[in-house]
Design a protein around this ligand. Structure first.
Ligand code: BES
Ligand code: MN
Ligand code: ZN
Length: 485
């Protein structure tokens, strides 16, 4: 889809904003007066209140060059932010994606959003809403196929919005990469094939290193390999490096992702109902991969290393058993009491490897780690556990700005104690089903070295949004992008 910034738009369909109470702004007012008040009349007749996402579709108004005017609510104008503008544009694209070839967006400045910003956010929203994953739908009817080729965004001055939108376009490429990875079925996307897709990032300047099981064995990654051993599909650990800083020797920022390409639970088998959702248990790895793609495409002036641990968690005659004790690269031993608490096992080795090999300035891990985080926070906030105040604030602020919210959960010695066991250095679950998400984080923390600023994001609830979510920016439930880039 082509996005253009123009000073005057033309085409079949135009979208304008309206605030709470059905108040039209500059662009809408101009169209309304050109139509002799027909637009305001239609809004009144429809009982339009201007709520966010509410739409009035005005057909063939006289005196206007467009054959359709979409009036789309942004809610209270004073409270609207950049994300509100993105959703506004997203609703317009959702309405037109399979209906027309060209859409014109006429954003207005809002009390909290300057016009250039509004233009850039409109472009971002239009792009995000255009996402589709139709790879395996061979029988789409013509009316189900996207037709929208171009979106024109009308602004009196286009330069500032255009500059911002270029960076955003790179971010959207990263988001779509992550969404594609999450959407792929688990018979297509497994550790080896996932690693091969990451290899493609070399074409945009990312250094990609793929470790196979023999190399991991040499490094002592017994926890990661223990999870993988029940599967016919061998594990992979992939390191993606972007060296964009002007100081080439600058230590990198590390992001580490859980990539369980399918989580059956292993011998601690999950119930059958809904198990297909566990194809998304690589959402953390997808977010890391997407972030690396975005960082490279926007040529970020930063050194970043992305590391993903890729395994399939299967039961079988060679699967690990509850009660097994495994060695980790760090030298610490783990008693595996539940093979379904596998994410923390693979992260134990991946997080250690990231520090050992890259000595990062800070480390963020992303993982669909616990069902408990969905109980606590639903699909609205990711859970965050963090050992550094600056990092905590930076992630919270970035998340708020991008509509990828995080909510902090505590860490403490009392929670840490819950994973002590007399049989090894630690066990992979607490003795009782309490504070599941925090216990998962405390486990990973045992593999974070003193002095490494670290944050753990549990994205089990936000990586995929099943159910009745009407977010135009995440079509068909797929999200999978975190706020780290
Ligand atoms: N992949 C799951 C967590 C999950 C659940 C992600 C629902 C997305 C949706 C994880 O590996 C898991 O099974 N966690 C267990 C941990 C427990 C055994 C301590 C859980 O949450 O039940
Ligand atoms: Mn599991
Ligand atoms: Zn899992």
């Amino acid at each position: 889809m082509d996005i253009r910034f123009v000073t005057a738009g033309s085409g079949e369909v135009v979208a304008v904003m309206a605030g709470e109470g059905g108040e039209l702004f500059g662009a809408g007012k101009a169209l309304d007066s050109a139509s002799g008040g027909r637009i305001a009349k239609a809004m009144k007749a429809a009982g339009f209140k201007g709520g966010a996402g509410q739409v009035v579709d005005v057909l063939a108004p006289d005196g206007v060059d467009f054959s359709r005017v979409l009036v789309i609510g942004v809610g209270k104008a004073e409270a609207a932010d950049g994300m509100g503008v993105e959703r506004w544009a997203g609703h317009a694209v959702k309405r037109t994606l399979t209906a027309v070839e060209k859409l014109v967006l006429q954003p207005d400045a809002l009390p909290g959003v300057a016009i250039a910003e509004a233009g850039a956010h409109a472009a971002m929203g239009a792009r995000l809403a255009s996402y589709r994953f139709d790879t395996y739908r061979t029988k789409l009817k013509p009316e189900q196929k996207p037709t929208l080729q171009a979106v024109e965004i009308v602004l009196a001055h286009t330069a500032a919005a255009k500059a911002r939108a270029e960076v955003d376009a790179a971010i959207v490429e990263g988001v779509f990469f992550a969404r594609d990875l999450v959407s792929e079925p688990p018979n297509v996307l497994y550790p080896e094939s996932f690693a091969e897709r990451l290899r493609d990032l070399e074409t945009i300047g990312v250094e990609v290193e793929i470790l196979e099981p023999t190399a991991m064995e040499k490094l002592g990654m017994g926890a990661l390999l223990g999870v993988a051993q029940g599967s016919a599909r061998p594990a992979r650990l992939v390191a993606m490096k972007w060296n964009g800083s002007s100081m080439k020797k600058q230590k990198p920022f590390a992001i580490v992702g859980k990539g369980v390409t399918f989580d059956t639970g292993g011998i601690s088998l999950k119930p059958g109902a809904g198990m297909d959702e566990m194809k998304g248990d690589m959402g953390g790895a997808a977010a890391v991969a997407g972030a690396m793609k975005a960082i490279a495409l926007r040529k970020a002036k930063a050194n970043v290393v992305g590391i993903v641990a890729l395994v399939e968690n299967m039961p079988g005659s060679n699967a690990q058993r509850p009660g097994d004790i495994v060695n980790t690269m760090s030298g610490q031993t783990i008693e595996v009491l539940n093979t379904d608490a596998e994410g923390r096992l693979i992260l134990a080795d991946a997080v250690w490897y990231a520090q050992d090999k890259y000595d990062p300035v800070a480390l963020v891990d992303l993982a669909t780690l616990t069902g408990a985080v969905i109980v606590a926070l639903g699909h609205e906030h990711a859970g965050m556990c963090v050992n550094d105040e600056d990092l905590a604030h930076a992630i919270s602020a970035a998340g708020a700005a991008e509509g990828e919210l995080v909510w902090r959960l505590p860490l403490s010695a009392a929670y840490d104690k819950l994973i002590d066991t007399p049989n090894a250095d630690m066990k992979n679950i607490a003795g009782k089903p309490v504070a599941g998400s925090i216990v998962g984080a405390q486990f990973i923390k045992r593999f974070v070295q003193d002095g490494t600023p670290w944050a753990h994001l549990d994205i089990a609830g936000t990586a995929t949004k099943a159910g009745p979510y009407d977010d135009p920016l995440s079509p068909r439930g797929r999200q999978a992008m975190a706020c780290v880039c």
